[in-house]
Design a protein around this ligand. Structure first.
Ligand code: PLP
Length: 387
């Protein structure tokens, strides 16, 4: 069978492949500690679950408008207006089945063959994949450990060409946990405005921050019209399997996103959208409780990893990932990640799953219990002493 060039250009997410391998090992009776997949281990808050059940009972089981239910878009517009300090209207919001689609929508709605798009590397692998699907050239923006995984301004400036049409930023970042400062965002914003470049701001971890504050590039003067905010419910409300996210962009782009939605999923599951209204409007205690638990876990895993010879990691400021430098072990990212899974039953992801600048690192998702973290650290320590 002939597979199209477009699909051949697409990349993938290694996390799902490692998860499948780890599950297969478990099926064969081996014990695995999971640090591979970036998903909260908490359950969706009870009020949100009840809102979903109620919505099914009230027959929110039909199609909704492709853009999403107006009440949810109004709720999101209010939420973004409040949290980002910009005036947002419901026409500027598009509901998607997870934040992920916003990446593909942005790339396909903005980029043409021959265009260039700058994306963080190491970064969420779907950025590079989506740029490639759109037929444009992915230009990696290296994130450096020595800069706390922010980009180097001089290096960044040199990446801009007359063909640059899109810059992707992700703060707090996956896989590094790094946060971009207001000054960094201002630097990008200035370049974007001067060169007429759009910015995709992936803010999916905006509520999972431990040190410092969250800032959106969309809040900076003149940036609202040229920024696409990607956000959603997966991480903040432990709703990964519900598939609910959204974009906030200028109206013209929103209309084009709706066109793409109409061509693919038609609308997001209607009762899921209703649960989203409760998530944003209801009590927020669960969000803060989860954040505090992630913080405790972060402190434990970072301390433990730094005690392992050959590992070195700074305290990440947000998200739920530890991204230790493992060059001191003498192994490549892939070799070490494979070794830990096969020998110690510890599932991690090689840094190279997040791009070439991830070599020398592995990623631990610490969205798992303190007991699992302790057990995982013990196993890694033991396995490393055998090397
Ligand atoms: C940086 C980043 N953006 C977007 C997503 C997509 O999340 P979802 O599609 O579940 O909303 C993820 C999920 O892992 C992520 O890490």
């Amino acid at each position: 069978m002939k597979v199209s060039k477009l699909v051949q250009r697409a990349g993938t997410e290694t996390a799902f492949a490692v998860l499948a391998k780890a599950r297969e090992m478990e099926r064969q009776g081996k014990s695995v500690v999971h640090f591979e997949i970036g998903e909260p281990d908490f359950n969706t808050p009870e009020n949100v679950k009840q809102a979903g059940i109620k919505a099914i009972q009230e027959n929110y089981t039909h199609y909704s408008p492709a853009q999403g239910i107006l009440e949810l878009r109004e709720t999101i517009a209010e939420y973004i207006t409040k949290t980002r300090g910009i005036e947002v209207s419901p026409e500027e919001v598009v509901i998607t089945p997870g934040g992920k689609d916003v990446i593909l929508f942005t790339a396909t709605a903005i980029l043409d063959e021959g265009d260039e798009a700058i994306y963080p590397n190491p970064g969420y692998p779907i950025y590079e994949s989506a740029i490639k699907i759109a037929g444009a050239k992915p230009v990696p923006m290296p994130l450096r450990e020595e800069n706390d995984f922010a980009f180097d301004r001089e290096e960044f400036k040199k990446l801009i060409t007359p063909k640059t049409r899109l810059i992707i930023v992700n703060s707090p970042g996956n896989p590094t946990g790094g946060i971009l400062s207001v000054e960094d965002l201002e630097f990008i914003a200035d370049i974007a405005k001067k060169n007429d470049i759009m910015v995709l701001s992936d803010e999916i971890y905006s509520r999972i921050i431990y040190d410092g504050e969250f800032h959106s590039i969309a809040s900076l003067p003149g940036m609202k019209e040229r920024t696409i905010i990607l956000d959603g419910f997966s991480k903040t409300y432990a709703m990964t399997g519900w598939r609910l996210g959204y974009s906030v962009s200028n109206k013209e782009l929103a209309k084009n996103f709706v066109k793409l939605a109409t061509n693919s999923f038609s609308c997001v599951t209607t009762f899921v959208q209703m649960a989203g209204i409760e998530a944003l409007k209801g009590p927020q205690d669960a969000v803060e409780e989860m954040r505090k638990k992630y913080e405790e876990r972060r402190n434990l895993i970072i301390k433990g990893l730094n005690e392992i010879p050959g590992f070195r990691v700074k305290m990440p400021k947000g998200a739920f990932y530890a991204f230790p430098n493992i060059e001191g072990t003498g192994k490549s990212s892939k070799e070490l990640s494979d070794y830990l899974l096969n020998e110690a039953g510890v599932a991690t992801l090689p840094g190279t799953s997040f791009g070439k600048y991830g070599e020398g690192f592995i990623r631990f998702s610490y969205a798992t219990s303190l007991e699992n973290i302790e057990e995982g650290l013990k196993r890694v320590k033991e396995a490393m002493s055998k090397l």
